[in-house]
Ligand binder design. Structure first.
Ligand code: NAD
Ligand code: MG
Length: 392
């Protein structure tokens, strides 16, 4: 039996992962489940899968979770320390599906404990790509992309000569505001941004899809995962979200990964890797779909994307700063403190500050330095939000 941990089990990716595990219970033994404040879901899953260890991210939820599981022999813990302890439990495969930079350390620890890491948490690669790759190499474990675009690229590269890769094209649906004017987007509310035309995802990643911050993070993620140069990563708007990514080779051939907008394909691919097994996703009827559309992304409407390329040029720790500043700006947007387009303005101001101070350039990618730069990004972003009354 394959031993599994699921970090962020109560989220959209976590629940899709457990849906696949549930369908083949005799193949898997779930050792760890972690979640946040959604204790009903966490406990329901704990009673179903009977893991050794269940953790809530919030210290103030510990007592309630402990009481809810007191009639079982399941170990209960809370907080970032509890999650890190759970990440040290030895498993064959771990799903990294916490949202945000909080997913970085558990993923690293899971690899250090010998787990192949299924990586939904793109923020880990954005903030700490070199450290993630080094940790996977040193512990001889696989880093398996779960983001649909990156899973598509990974699959298109199987059996190919990496040196023959000319470019990677990530597709973007265009998010909730694809057909909105710049003026309308400027006035968009968090509620409007939190609906996605094609994918069913968590609130934060859905808003990031509307601003294209999600795609911007994916550009950086692709560069880190597949060791590409900035110019080798392209973004193409494709409203149907069925072509997830394309890989272009030096002979002009393009390999496209096509499938329904269902994350269980990418999750299942990572779960079954290196084999392919049956997955319960819709089979596309291309004749019925009829056509696929494409267009170039509008960088004026989506400044987050332009900034991602600045990050690739800046290098060093700028990815950690970019992601951290974005998380703070997203919190402020969700709290109705700033407008939708202000998120990118704040991130740009923070990037400018680290560029001027020349503090992104260091290249000792240890966890301590990365967390330090993450902290700087958050502090600068909060300062930008406070000092610019125009945002308030
Ligand atoms: P979600 O918001 O639905 O779930 C997030 C999970 O993380 C929950 O279990 C929550 O309790 C936990 N969590 C939140 N903050 C935490 C913290 N500070 N510490 C520990 N745990 C915390 O998110 P999601 O949509 O499942 O996305 C998870 C990750 O996968 C993100 O990095 C996202 O970008 C990536 N991703 C998601 C999708 C998708 O379709 N949902 C697709 C591609 C990539
Ligand atoms: Mg994606």
């Amino acid at each position: 039996m394959k031993r599994l941990s699921v970090f962020g089990a109560t989220g959209s990716i976590g629940q899709s992962t457990l849906d696949l595990v549930r369908r083949n219970k005799d193949l898997y033994c779930v050792k760890v489940l972690t979640g946040g404040r959604n204790l009903d879901c966490l406990v329901r899953n704990a009673l179903e899968f009977r893991p050794e260890f269940v953790v809530t991210a919030h210290d103030d939820c510990y007592q309630e979770l402990n009481e809810m599981l007191s009639h079982t022999d399941i170990k209960v813990a809370a907080g970032a320390n509890g999650i890190n302890e759970a990440a040290s439990v030895q498993v064959n495969w771990a799903m990294s599906a916490i949202v945000g930079a909080a997913g970085l350390e558990p993923g690293l620890r899971a690899m250090q404990a010998g787990a192949n890491l299924a990586l939904a948490n793109k923020e880990s690669m954005v903030a700490a790509g070199p450290l993630m790759r080094q940790t996977s190499r040193e512990n001889d474990v696989a880093l398996l992309p779960v983001d649909s675009e990156h899973s598509g690229v990974f699959q298109a590269l199987i059996g190919e000569d990496r040196k023959a890769v000319e470019r990677v094209i990530l597709t973007a649906s265009g998010g909730a505001f694809r057909d909105w004017s710049l003026e309308e987007i400027a006035a968009a509310t968090p509620e409007q941004a939190a609906t996605h035309p094609n994918w069913d995802m968590g609130q934060r990643v859905t808003i990031d899809s509307a601003s294209l911050f999600n795609k911007a993070l994916e550009v950086i993620e692709a560069k880190e995962l597949f060791d590409l140069k900035p110019k080798q990563v392209e973004v193409l708007v494709h409203p149907q979200s069925m072509i997830h990514a394309l890989v272009g080779f030096q002979d002009g051939g393009l390999m496209a990964h096509i499938g329904p907008a269902d994350m269980r394909h990418a999750i299942g691919f990572a779960l079954n890797y290196p084999n392919r097994s049956y997955l319960p996703v819709e089979r596309l009827d291309l004749a019925k779909i009829g056509q696929f559309d494409f267009s170039a992304p509008d960088l004026e409407k989506y400044p987050a994307l332009r900034l991602a390329y600045d990050v690739l040029d800046l290098g060093g720790f700028s990815g950690a700063v970019y992601n951290a500043a974005k998380e703070i700006a997203l919190d402020a947007f969700i709290a109705h403190r700033i407008g939708f387009l202000d998120m990118a303005k704040i991130v740009e101001a923070v990037l400018e500050r680290i560029f001027v101070k020349n503090i992104s350039k260091e290249n000792n990618f240890c966890l301590e330095n990365i967390l330090n730069m993450d902290h700087i990004g958050r502090t600068y972003a909060r300062e930008e939000i406070e000092k610019n009354s125009k945002y308030l």
